[in-house]
Design a protein around this ligand. Structure first.
Ligand code: AHG
Ligand code: MN
Ligand code: MN
Length: 347
């Protein structure tokens, strides 16, 4: 039975009851959730948003990946940066919308009377895709924020400190700005979802221990790229399309929102497989999606819900990153389908 609204724990209460989440990490998660509630307010007001020029349309700039930035990409980025700085528990941040990492120095008011500075910095690194699914903003289709948290070294953080495999994430999650505003979170002990009570500006626990069924009849891929795919993906998709008449023996349905965050949420809700394979359009790139702030946090969530995630050959969470904005091929979701397509790559 769903608990009544008065019985539902809020995010703060939920976090404080988890034995594995240190106080400074709880503090960071609350700061991120508050930033996302602010972003949700702007998204929800659309053309009415109380920001000069509104939130819709292009910002007229490009990010390091050569993609046109939307105003909402920049607004969301600024809101998250401000929240991260204020949290006081971060050593550095990195974002899809920033070329370089942003190191944080918490020393300012700690300089002693002798003039020596008692260097102090936070314990965590925060990475984010401030706004995922930017092409959906103007058409009023669900978009989101994706984030990943790693632990930081004790001294000044550099980009090299971010180069940790996804298995080292201490928390990951996303916020969906859709008909409901939802926060979906893992700290390594399952996946839980919180709905933003917009009237009271509080996140309430509404779904515990999300679980992805091992089998599915639903797949998500951008079919317009079919001619550019490699042979194992051609084979796998042609079998799904042939359905009952193929060796698979069942028909499949297709969905593609063009916002990974929303496609992954559907999979966490009812199963499915999401794919963004490498393709021949940009042969020197291993894929479109970014490892550190898209694929890693989503893979952590999917595995914590019992699903699987690979780049076609290896578990994504085991990959050793080499660059902040590095790209990766992604196959994630219902375990048996991810194993099937991974098996084709390994043959
Ligand atoms: P972003 O808006 O952060 O740049 O990410 C968009 C990504 C991902 O969310 C989505 O699955 C994919 O791009 C859509 O790509 P296509 O336009 O090729 O469908
Ligand atoms: Mn994205
Ligand atoms: Mn983005």
């Amino acid at each position: 039975m769903t608990p009544s609204i008065n019985q539902q724990k809020n995010l703060k209460q939920f976090l404080s009851l988890q034995s594995n989440i240190p106080a400074d990490l709880q503090h960071l998660l609350i700061a991120v959730s508050e930033a996302c509630a602010t972003i949700s307010g702007h998204v929800g007001r659309g053309a009415l948003a109380d920001i000069a020029g509104g939130i819709l349309g292009s910002a007229g700039s490009e990010n390091v990946q050569g993609e046109v930035q939307k105003k909402l990409d920049i607004i969301s980025n600024d809101i998250l940066i401000e929240a991260g700085q204020r949290s006081g528990v971060l050593a550095a941040m990195a974002s899809e919308e920033m070329d370089e990492i942003l190191p944080l120095d918490l020393t300012s008011d700690l300089t002693s009377s002798s003039g020596s500075s008692d260097k102090q910095q936070g314990n965590y690194l925060l990475l984010f895709d401030p706004l995922d699914g930017s092409s959906n903003i103007e058409v009023n289709v669900t978009i989101g924020t994706i984030f990943s948290i790693l632990t930081a070294p004790k001294t000044d953080a550099t980009e090299a400190d971010f180069m940790q495999p996804g298995t080292r994430q201490v928390a990951a999650g996303y916020v969906l700005y859709g008909p409901q505003t939802l926060l979906v979170l893992t700290t390594g002990d399952g996946v839980n979802a919180f709905t933003l009570d917009r009237e009271n500006n509080v996140w309430l626990l509404t779904q515990e221990k999300l679980s992805i069924p091992a089998d599915t009849k639903e797949f998500a891929i951008n079919m317009s790229n079919q001619r550019h795919w490699e042979a194992p993906v051609q084979r796998y998709i042609s079998e799904l399309l042939a359905g009952k008449t193929s060796a698979r023996g069942k028909d499949f349905n297709m969905r593609w929102v063009a916002a990974m965050v929303t496609d992954v949420h559907r999979i966490l809700t009812r199963g499915g497989i999401f794919m963004y394979p490498r393709d021949a359009r940009e042969p020197d790139k291993p894929g479109k999606l970014r490892l550190m702030y898209e694929a890693n946090p989503m893979s952590f969530l999917v595995e914590q819900a019992g699903g699987a995630s690979t780049n076609g050959k290896q578990r994504i969470l085991d990959l050793q990153p080499t660059k902040l904005h590095e790209r990766v091929a992604v196959f994630l979701g219902s375990k048996n389908e991810v194993e099937q397509v991974t098996g084709y790559h390994l043959e």
